[in-house]
Design a binder for this molecule. Structure first.
Ligand code: BGC
Length: 420
């Protein structure tokens, strides 16, 4: 945290020093940094662009691909250091708090108060959208990561009941393999492997182990036999991927499931955006299940937009419209139906959502009530970025055969301790 903070703080200090030279921006335009570059993501973003265009706000696109946003955050730091901040940036969890602490984020409190964000947005999300009592981010959605996305055609061929725990998951994947179907569509990038690891820990040791090990970083939990099992299970999952997985983008893995070449993908519900974009229907073409054995718990990441301070100037008209629009119930519904996520506001009706969307919203409500809404560590909501990256490193090395299970198990707590 401290190491990461230094660079965020340094970038902010550089920005403030550069401020007088920062380029003047037209009042009614927004330049937005984000990582929504897949077909489904672009379709979601189009809703925001149109909402703004309808009010005369010009959109300047600054895309940097890569789930979890590490690539986008590297670009952001460089731009801040160069004194060239965008109007707004997509951001997740602890990164938001880092930039808030560094003093770079505009205060959205007047907009939030006028539009009752406080009563509509779950407290677990507010924890990452407010800083020292002020709103510093506008949550767009609540994604959850403990899902599997299943090809209906491939599942029909497999002919087994839907998996509900680890053993039945293995059974369906073994059967798919025996039929010549790729059991697991996987993109070989560290953030994707880490996103799957969240679910593997959760199914192995329940919410208790996930929280203790992956959020609280409790040493006893990190060194427990259950974590060893979680690493064994990751190694087992590696045996179900096809040889072309290294480097593959997540949406290409989704496309393997869409085409029925692969049985399933473990991914956040942005994957549903790809199915919808390909005109596929839940129940008919694809199925959505909670990662087997994680029912009742939701690991979340919420996309948020932060707006950067430009000297002492108040938030300009374009930025004000964008922050306001994001939190309207009509935008939250229209956007999230396409994006695959649940609305960040809990007062949005589920009428327009498909079966998977309705399930996401019901699960979210249930998890809030039962206190089983837990931040995804792979997606920046469990731990600060430096620790998240340390986790990525060990998980990806294991998945790519550079570490054995025993080595990864031993290395994980050490890498976390070194990143603190
Ligand atoms: C974001 C999603 C995005 C996904 C893949 C995640 O970090 O929260 O909105 O669709 O990355 O790009």
């Amino acid at each position: 945290m401290f190491k990461k903070m230094l660079s965020v703080a340094a970038a902010t200090a550089a920005l403030l020093a550069f401020q007088p030279a920062a380029p003047a921006r037209a009042a009614d335009s927004v330049e937005v940094l984000h990582w929504w570059t897949s077909g489904g993501e672009a379709a979601g973003l189009a809703v925001l662009k149109k909402t703004l265009a309808d009010q005369g706000v010009e959109w300047k696109d600054a895309p940097v691909a890569g789930g979890g946003g590490s690539g986008a955050m590297t670009t952001l730091k460089a731009r801040m250091t160069a004194g060239n901040p965008p109007t707004a940036s997509q951001m997740l969890g602890y990164a938001i708090l880092d930039w808030a602490e560094a003093g770079a984020l505009a205060d959205l409190t007047p907009i939030a108060v006028a539009n009752h964000w406080d009563s509509a947005i779950p407290k677990a999300i507010q924890k990452f959208a407010t800083y020292e009592g002020k709103w510093i981010a506008a949550p767009v959605n609540v994604h959850s990561t403990n899902w599997i996305w299943v090809s209906k055609a491939a599942m029909d061929k497999v002919g087994l009941p839907a998996p509900t725990d680890w053993d039945s998951l293995i059974k369906v994947m073994d059967k798919a393999k025996s039929l010549g179907i790729i059991p697991l569509a996987q993109g070989g990038q560290a953030w994707q492997e880490a996103t799957m690891f969240d679910s593997v820990v959760l199914t192995t040791g329940g919410a208790d182990l996930y929280k203790k090990a992956m959020i609280d970083l409790d040493e006893g939990a990190l060194k427990s036999p259950a974590m060893h099992t979680a690493f064994e299970r990751m190694a087992k999952l590696r045996t179900y991927v096809d040889p072309n997985f290294p480097g593959r983008d997540w949406n290409l893995a989704t496309s393997m499931v869409i085409k029925g070449e692969a049985l399933l993908q473990v991914m956040g519900d942005w994957a549903k955006g790809e199915f919808i974009n390909a005109k596929k229907e839940p129940g008919k073409d694809f199925l959505c299940f909670r990662f087997p054995g994680t029912q009742g718990v939701v690991t979340f990441n919420a996309d948020q937009f932060v707006f950067f301070k430009h000297g002492s100037a108040p938030l300009d008209a374009g930025a004000t419209k964008m922050a306001t629009d994001i939190e309207t119930a009509s935008f939250q519904s229209a956007f999230n139906v396409i994006k695959g996520s649940a609305p960040a506001r809990t007062d949005v009706p589920d009428t327009a959502f498909d079966a998977c969307g309705k399930k996401a919203m019901a699960d979210l409500k249930d998890a809030v009530a039962k206190n089983t809404l837990l931040g995804s560590s792979a997606q920046g909501y469990g731990v600060p970025p430096a620790i998240q990256n340390a986790m990525y490193d060990v998980i990806t090395k294991l998945f790519n055969g550079q570490l054995t299970v025993d080595q990864a198990f031993a290395e994980f707590p050490k890498a976390i301790a070194a990143a603190k």
